[in-house]
Design a protein around this ligand. Structure first.
Ligand code: NDP
Length: 250
């Protein structure tokens, strides 16, 4: 493992109890970053991530919050500030799908996806920003989706929420650029997680035909890019949207 000089930084990773978020949290922990592992429902999974980080000799704790609830986000960030004084790195990873054709899409299916994927990102970024600005260093990384670029049948809500992150990222990057804070979006393609495991064989075959590399990605592929973006080596990259997708967005 190449050390990136991140020792002693503190990170809040939302939706870190499983999947991509857990890989990001653990890879940052490997780099010596202190990790606040956010979860909403999966407390045991979140505890397991913390256990693994502690075994690596890192510092970590779990922090429950539904990121779509502004008050819960405030409480969560207060807890991290109480523990470590500040958040250097925020990874807005928590995300959900609630698929359906638009003609039949309920208000709830639309609203819940926007609330978690988009509002959650806004609430978390706003809550950590004042402190980051004061410290004149920070990294905000939003996890989007290649579906935010390409669209997908049955995912108008999800696609809209992820496409919105691109504009959010660009605007915030401009706002905080002079403060040594970078803001970027990483767009995963299809990554082997519980969500993808739940697809039918027919769906998997169809998706595979869109991926030039011919296979799904691994959670570490996303964590690798996020870890790089948090480092000083990526200090001149901001406002960007980086696809990690086996060529799917080409
Ligand atoms: P998983 O379903 O495996 O994990 C989702 C995580 O988000 C869980 O830790 C879950 O926590 C958390 N979460 C969900 N809702 C909330 C909420 N309201 N508040 C706090 N945490 C919440 O997802 P993936 O790892 O597959 O996806 C992670 C991110 O990557 C998402 O933003 C997703 O859109 C994006 N992505 C994933 C792709 C893939 O192929 N897997 C492709 C493109 C993008 P808990 O279980 O504790 O509730």
């Amino acid at each position: 493992m190449i050390k990136l000089g991140l020792e002693g930084k503190s990170a809040l990773v939302t939706g870190a109890s499983k999947g991509i978020g857990s890989a990001i949290a653990l890879q940052l922990a490997e780099q010596g970053v202190r990790i606040a592992v956010n979860y909403n429902r999966s407390e045991e999974d979140a505890k397991a991530v913390v256990e693994t980080a502690l075994k690596m000799g890192g510092e970590a704790f779990i922090v429950r919050a539904d990121v779509s609830d502004v008050n819960q986000v405030k409480d969560m960030v207060d807890k991290v500030h109480e523990a470590w004084g500040h958040v250097d790195i925020l990874v807005n990873n928590a995300g959900i799908i609630n698929d359906g054709l638009l003609v039949r899409m309920s208000d709830e299916a639309w609203g819940s996806v926007i609330a978690t994927n988009l509002n959650g990102t806004f609430y978390c970024a706003r809550a950590v920003l004042r402190n980051m600005i004061r410290r004149r260093w920070g990294r905000i990384i939003n996890i989007g989706s290649v579906v935010g670029l390409r669209g997908n049948v049955g995912q108008a809500n999800y696609s809209a929420s992820k496409a919105a992150l691109i504009g959010f990222t660009k605007s915030l990057a401009k706002e905080v650029a002079t403060r040594n804070i970078t803001v970027n979006t990483v767009n995963p393609g299809y990554i082997s997680t519980e969500t993808v495991a739940g697809l039918t064989d027919e769906q998997k075959d169809r998706i595979m035909s869109w991926i030039p590399q011919g296979h799904f990605g691994e959670i570490e592929d996303i964590a690798n890019m996020v870890t790089f973006l948090t480092s000083e080596k990526a200090r001149y990259i901001t406002g960007e949207t980086i696809n990690v997708d086996g060529g799917m967005a080409i």
